[in-house]
Design a protein around this ligand. Sequence first.
Ligand SMILES: NC(=O)C1=CN([C@@H]2O[C@H](COP(=O)(O)OP(=O)(O)OC[C@H]3O[C@@H](n4cnc5c(N)ncnc54)[C@H](O)[C@@H]3O)[C@@H](O)[C@H]2O)C=CC1
Ligand SMILES: O=C(O)C(=O)Cc1ccc(O)cc1
Length: 289
Amino acid sequence: MTTHINKLAIFGVGLIGGSVALALKQAAAVGEVVGVGRSRANLEAALKLGIIDRIAASPATAVQGADVVLLAVPVGQMAVLMQAIAPHLGEETLITDAGSTKQDVAALMQQHLAAHLPNCVPGHPIAGAETCGAGAARADLYQDRNVVLTPLPQSDQAAMEKVRALWQACGAKVSEMPSIEHDAIFATVSHLPHLLAYTLVDMIARRDNADTLFSFAASGFRDFTRIAASSPEMWRDIALANREALLSEIAQYQASLEQMRAALAAEDATALEAAFRRAQTARVRWSGG
Ligand SMILES: NC(=O)C1=CN([C@@H]2O[C@H](COP(=O)(O)OP(=O)(O)OC[C@H]3O[C@@H](n4cnc5c(N)ncnc54)[C@H](O)[C@@H]3O)[C@@H](O)[C@H]2O)C=CC1
Ligand SMILES: O=C(O)C(=O)Cc1ccc(O)cc1
């Protein structure tokens, strides 16, 4: 399905929202893009970069006559924005989001957008980076990347298809799953790794000889910790929104780390090598090597 959006309202014109705007513009799939933000400087940068065509005067004017509203703010900001737009949404306007957690966003839609649920389609692009702000946005961010939609029981099939077409116009591959399954999967493969990277870098940064330690860190450290340069606000919100699943992943990680520690303490070379080999095989297979 090809798509054309006459007016797109983006709340949060950062890496994710800005990249949607650039990708849709490149695909000639959008007419006007209006932006709403918390930081005037970021919105002006987005305007200068051609990401948005107009800075909206208010949430109300932003959504007026919009075909699609995209909420691309940290998940802790979703509630306040839903409350702000709810009274001003037209009958036809689709509401979607790009938040990293989905059960919380779905619950907030049920709470704050009750009159518009057939037009609500929660989504999550599985593409991004540790960078943020409009200046980090790229037209090709979603090229060949996955986007997961987690429909509400009330989401209309036509609305689903339009949001699917929006992401496909950005170059993405779109799939669907229940929000509970989504949050369990991303607790394991995204939220836990970010928490571990932040923890390791913070542990080292608080040492008296941190400067010396960082000065000798090599590419292995760079690979392991790149994501610790990500937005603290965004990751605070994700961790809290997916708290139960993340706590469970931390417990399982602690148990695995304890097995590794015990093997090392016991000088159990066989157990150490076997664990390293299992991980190596899985990692090489995952990266297609
Ligand atoms: N960074 C990544 O790699 C990915 C992020 N996401 C999700 O996408 C969303 C946006 O993340 P990014 O674009 O990376 O962050 P970002 O920091 O680049 O952009 C977010 C923008 O939202 C604005 N904002 C914050 N609160 C606001 C409010 N109340 N009203 C209006 N604007 C507000 C900020 O000023 C900022 O410009 C988050 O929910 C995040 O979890 C999803 C996939 C990947
Ligand atoms: O920086 C990276 O590699 C990421 O892992 C990007 C990312 C961050 C949050 C998401 O919900 C999805 C992808």
